[in-house]
Design a protein around this ligand. Structure first.
Ligand code: CTP
Ligand code: MG
Length: 237
């Protein structure tokens, strides 16, 4: 039985601004997706990586992977994704071979996650937790608001105690059957689930948090690219 990583990479990256799909944008001269695949393949426990490509971009992503090097032990599959992250992850799960029992789901948009974080998540799942999320305490205080009330101001509903909050990252790790069941049964409105562990919570299964890492931040807006380039440059010295 083995561990696989599913990498949803089908998003357009609207918040990053116009250009190629976010996962294909360069970071230190190499597409973000390649960094993300290498981050998963860096774990000796991961023997399969399933990349979920933009819906019409699977051949291009396959060619991109074929033009880069990865560890010998790593098998790579590419499948086309869907309109939402949740759909893309589902399509990735459907491509898993039978002998996979532990699944990581990792955003292509978190290209710099250290291997220690990946291994911490895998070890927690192998230790018996059906769903494991790397996360960090928040720097900012968070307000719940009633959104979009117009006029540029939003009424505050409440302020959750910051010490009890965690900002979640990926890779999130799962017992395969638990995650597949969540994707088959849990329904969300609109954009779908932004987080796989949230679907497992809806199933009623326990989810635990382990320490995340600052370098596992998500490249979402243009300033994040500046930070990512700086982190890469620091690694190279
Ligand atoms: N994703 C996906 N399929 C989608 C939407 C998102 O596979 N239909 C992936 C993205 O490629 C990304 C991850 O989910 O690796 C996290 O999503 P996010 O950071 O929101 O990326 P985008 O959706 O591409 O960005 P934006 O929301 O700014 O458009
Ligand atoms: Mg998105």
């Amino acid at each position: 039985l083995r561990t696989a990583a599913v990498i949803p990479a089908a998003g357009r990256g609207v918040r990053l601004g116009p250009g190629a799909p976010k996962a294909l944008r360069a970071l230190g001269g190499t597409p973000m997706l390649i960094h993300a695949v290498r981050a998963m393949a860096a774990s000796r426990a991961v023997s399969l990586v399933v990349v979920v490509a933009p819906p019409d971009g699977a051949p291009e992503v396959r060619a991109l992977l074929d033009s880069h090097t990865f560890p010998e032990r790593t098998e790579l599959l590419v499948v086309p994704g869907g309109d939402t992250r949740q759909q893309s992850v589902s399509l990735g799960l459907q491509a898993l071979p039978e002998d996979v029992d532990v699944v990581l789901v990792h955003d292509a948009a978190r290209p710099l996650v250290p291997v220690d974080t990946v291994d911490t998540v895998i070890n927690a799942v192998r230790g018996g937790a059906p769903a494991v999320v790397p996360a960090l305490p928040l720097a900012d205080t968070v307000k719940e608001v009633r959104p979009d009330s117009g006029g540029g101001s939003e009424p505050v509903v409440g302020t959750p105690e910051r010490a009890r909050l965690r900002a979640v990252q990926t890779p999130q790790g799962f017992d395969r059957d638990t995650l597949v069941k969540a994707h088959e049964t849990v329904t969300f409105d609109g954009e779908g689930a932004t987080d796989d562990a949230g679907m497992v919570e809806r199933l009623g299964a326990p989810v635990v948090v382990v320490p995340g890492h600052e370098e596992a931040f998500k490249v979402t807006r243009p300033l994040d690219l500046v930070l990512a380039e700086a982190v890469l440059a620091r690694r190279r010295v």
